[in-house]
Design a protein around this ligand. Structure first.
Ligand code: ADP
Ligand code: TMP
Ligand code: ASP
Length: 242
């Protein structure tokens, strides 16, 4: 039977989450055209942005699934909507860095793009009112973000495994995955599953040859050609996956 969109459960900065009628374990995810940065202090949008991010996420999550890494996507409805497994989101933004850029480069006084000997995984506490602060493992435990320390290790191991697959995928598209943010949630069986999205909103992507930025930093830093860059990432990923 065809699935039917139910009531709006939540509207975020980049997506709307709806119920799926008669299917309490699922959510209907609609990607929006809005673009925000710095905890929504800066806002913008362009037509088709939601569709680009949804298609990039669908393509990459399929690749992760092919590599034995479970994700929340159940089915793609159209270019900007998908049905996902409804999860209890773990309130941690799991950031993996292959080079130092952005906040950690600034904090440590390192040049943007400083290479790392091994990927670095960091946790940020998901709380808009606090500005999603960096937290230590002990602080994550203190805040009850996860049930036990083993869960933090599972998140790190999963992030590193996902990094391997995504890095290779972007490399084939002529892009370097500098860093990215993941969210995970727990399903009814207690399993930790990859949630949310992976897109130019949530990654730093640099052209392998020129170093040109092709991600949300173009919007954050007023570099121009935001829409063209998002489109280019999708085009390149589609091209090489043919
Ligand atoms: P934000 O809440 O930061 O503005 P979005 O606009 O992307 O972000 O909203 C999506 C929301 O849905 C986020 O809060 C995210 O944690 C949550 N989410 C993502 N995937 C799932 C899922 N499979 N089940 C339940 N919630 C999810
Ligand atoms: P940062 O360098 O600003 O900490 O960002 C690290 C990565 O995480 C970068 O690829 C952008 C992504 N990110 C999000 O997806 N959401 C956020 O709220 C922030 C701050 C970063
Ligand atoms: N995701 C955050 C926001 O939408 C911050 C960022 O990506 O810069 O405000």
């Amino acid at each position: 039977m065809e699935k039917v969109k139910g009531e709006l459960l939540y509207e975020g900065k980049a997506k709307k989450m709806y119920a799926v009628r008669g299917r309490p374990q699922e959510v209907w995810v609609e990607y929006k055209d809005s673009l925000t940065a710095f905890n929504a202090q800066k806002t913008g949008s362009f037509s088709g942005k939601g569709a680009i991010n949804a298609q990039i996420t669908a393509l990459l999550y399929q690749r992760l699934k092919d590599n034995g890494i479970p994700t929340h996507i159940i089915e793609n409805i159209n270019d900007h909507e998908m049905i996902c497994e409804k999860l209890r989101i773990i309130p941690l933004e799991v950031v993996t860095r292959n080079r130092l850029a952005g906040s950690t480069a600034k904090k440590l006084g390192k040049e943007e793009g400083t290479p790392l000997r091994a990927p670095l995984v960091e946790f940020y506490y998901k709380d808009d009112a606090l500005g999603d602060p960096f937290i230590s493992d002990d602080q994550a435990m203190l805040m009850g973000a996860v049930e036990n320390r083993q869960d933090l290790e599972v998140l790190k191991t999963k992030a590193l495994a996902i990094n391997k697959v995504l890095r290779a995928e972007f490399e084939k598209a002529g892009l370097e995955l500098v860093d990215f943010k993941l969210e995970f949630g727990r399903n009814d069986r207690g399993e930790i599953v990859l949630a949310d999205e992976v897109s130019p909103d949530t990654c730093r992507l640099w052209d392998l040859k020129t170093g040109e930025k092709l991600d949300k930093d173009r919007f954050r830093r007023d570099l121009g050609r935001v829409e063209e860059s998002y489109q280019e990432v999708l085009q390149r990923l589609k091209e090489k996956s043919k």
